[in-house]
Design a protein around this ligand. Structure first.
Ligand SMILES: [Zn+2]
Length: 308
């Protein structure tokens, strides 16, 4: 299946490299100046398709300066090592909390296996990245791609403690990763992307931080991009607040997962628009509301044990 390349705005492009023949699983975003940044290269099995798409965009692999995952989860970053092999001038640009796990991915792989079982193997082989090729990010810093084109990194913890998003002032585009939920354009639905360990309080603050940049276009990791950026970021913040309230109340009343899900479904109109409970299209295992609900449940259990 040929990769699909879509122009987002200005210097930003989205690549759908396809994943085991499925489209619309992960959007890789390319910021193309004199030098190039590749945000969320995707899993190892998608890298060949990604490289083909970069060539379609007229990009010479030696011009790729940054391989920049939003976070280290394998569906976003698992293929970084392979792309770095193919792009000799590139550096891995990553949050300092994520960096050690890109150098030694053993704990990362084990964590993914606990959550998704052997399906993790579908992502392809994962190898460590040499420490000399890693640059750790600083919140708010700007990467210069030449010709006045800059990308600003914005730390956005919540989905993961080491999550970061990218803002491109030229074009007012924000590349969210998993900081803005899972988006389905056809259904016009966003739901939280909140498998445990998820921190909804941090995620809400991250959404405020992103909205304060006044972006015009939001680019979701899963999947696609949309306008009305500030409105969408605020709406998702409200949705997280709603899920928190429903889950907290429910847990205090002794509700189990099924009951919590039913309560959410009756209060959150987004869930009512899903075709069937538990499924969101694509890879149900990663996208099912139940694994995302579990992130909220685990958060409160952690909080009530005295976590902070
Ligand atoms: Zn993730």
């Amino acid at each position: 299946m040929r990769p699909k390349v879509v122009h987002v705005r200005g210097s930003v492009y989205m690549i759908d490299a396809s994943y085991h023949g499925r489209r619309g699983v992960l959007g890789t975003y390319v910021v193309k100046g004199e030098e190039v940044a590749v945000v969320d290269p995707g899993p190892t099995v998608s890298i060949d398709g990604l490289v083909e798409a970069l060539r379609d965009l007229g990009i010479d692999l030696s011009d790729v300066r940054y391989v920049a995952p939003t976070h280290i989860h394998l569906d976003h970053a698992g293929g970084s090592w392979r792309l770095l092999e193919l792009c000799p001038g590139a550096r891995l640009y990553i949050h300092p909390k994520g960096a050690p796990h890109m150098v030694d991915p053993s704990r990362l792989e084990a964590a993914a296996r606990r959550l998704f079982g052997d399906r993790v193997d579908e992502y392809g082989e994962v190898r460590g990245v040499s420490e000399e090729r890693v640059t750790v990010s600083v919140d708010g810093e700007e990467l210069d791609l030449g010709g006045g084109l800059r990308i600003r990194v914005v730390w956005t913890p919540g989905h993961a403690s080491h999550h970061q998003s990218y803002y491109i002032p030229d074009g007012k585009v924000v590349i969210l990763g998993d900081a803005g939920g899972i988006y389905n354009r056809d259904l016009d639905v966003v739901i939280p992307t909140s498998p445990p360990p998820f921190n909804p309080e941090k995620a809400m603050r991250s959404l405020e931080k992103l909205a304060a940049l006044r972006p015009e276009i939001v680019c979701y990791g899963h999947f696609g991009f949309a306008d009305d950026a500030v409105k969408r970021l605020r709406a998702h913040r409200e949705q997280l607040a709603l899920w928190m309230r429903v889950v907290e109340e429910g847990l205090k009343e002794g509700a189990g997962m099924g009951e919590l899900y039913d309560r959410l479904r009756s209060e959150d109109p987004m869930l009512g628009r899903l075709p069937a409970p538990g499924h969101f299209g694509g890879r149900a295992i990663e996208r099912s509301p139940s694994v995302n609900l579990l992130g909220f449940v685990e958060y409160f259990k952690w909080l009530w044990r005295g976590g902070r």
